[in-house]
Ligand binder design. Structure first.
Ligand code: ATP
Length: 245
């Protein structure tokens, strides 16, 4: 039997600035305990999907105009972003969104404000998981390398103790070895803690190598979905998203 969905997006439509229709009846399921990859070309609406799930569209004049989103069995379609974070939903934007003038530890603590009482314990967990961040805890985040900033961004997202971690292109701008390292980290987090993950990624091959399930979106809709292995073997996917070979 299929694992129950933690996040369920049901036929949503999203409009920016009251006229720009970007999601056109998008549905996807993120089963509990799985890693799900959301793939597709630039402008397909992948980031918009994560923003809709996080409740961040109003700050960009975007709106879910139809359909619904539920998380852990609760309808969150109209819920504001902080309430969703409290319920265990966390979005990690790409690495350069760390606070450049704050230290590594202050960046992490900023991510833990919704669970302030347990912040000390969570911080210990993050340092255990990312020993490099522990070594650099007193450093100013703006001086970290791109890969280190991405690790910090993931660590900060973990500080809210999410049950679902959503990642928007965690490998953007990183060298191939670091891309592998980031995805190995995501796989380890999932395997060690059972954390459920929804990840947007341009490196389709790398994402599918760690994901359980994948979705491919084009122009605001899901075009194809399958088990990650089957998607990676699909001839159309190979041609359009994985390059030949
Ligand atoms: P990319 O990989 O390039 O980020 P994406 O699949 O994540 O692409 P989105 O960022 O969700 O796509 O953008 C989908 C469409 O919505 C694009 O045509 C984009 O121009 C438009 N769009 C995104 N954000 C806004 C906004 N705040 N206001 C108006 N239009 C927007």
């Amino acid at each position: 039997a299929a694992a129950p969905s933690l996040l369920s997006i049901n036929n949503i439509e999203v409009i920016y600035d009251e006229v720009i229709l970007v999601l056109r009846g998008l549905s996807l399921e993120v089963p509990k305990g799985q890693i799900v990859a959301l793939l597709g070309s630039n402008g397909a609406g992948k980031s918009t999907t994560l923003k809709a799930a996080s409740g961040l569209l109003p700050s960009e004049q975007g709106e879910v105009t139809s359909g619904s989103i539920s998380f852990a069995g609760e309808d969150i379609t109209k819920m504001d972003a902080p309430e969703r974070v409290k319920r265990g939903l966390s979005l990690c934007m790409e690495g350069r969104h760390v606070f450049p003038h704050l230290t590594v530890s202050d960046n992490l603590l900023a991510g833990g404000y919704t669970k302030a009482k347990e912040a000390g314990e969570t911080l210990d967990f993050v340092y255990e998981f990312f020993p490099k961040l522990a070594d650099m805890r007193a450093r100013t985040a703006g001086f970290l390398s791109g890969g280190e900033q991405q690790m910090l961004a993931i660590g900060r997202a973990l500080m809210s103790q999410p049950t679902l971690l959503m990642l928007d292109e965690p490998s953007l701008g990183l060298a191939p070895l670091l891309v592998e390292e980031i995805f190995a980290t995501i796989a380890k987090l999932n395997a060690d803690t059972g954390l459920t993950v929804l990840v947007i990624e341009q490196n389709a091959r790398t994402a599918l190598s760690v994901a359980h399930h994948g979705y491919i979106m084009e122009q605001g809709r899901i075009m194809l979905e399958d088990e990650a292995d089957a998607l990676a073997d699909n001839p159309d996917v190979k041609e359009f998203y994985l390059g030949v070979g």
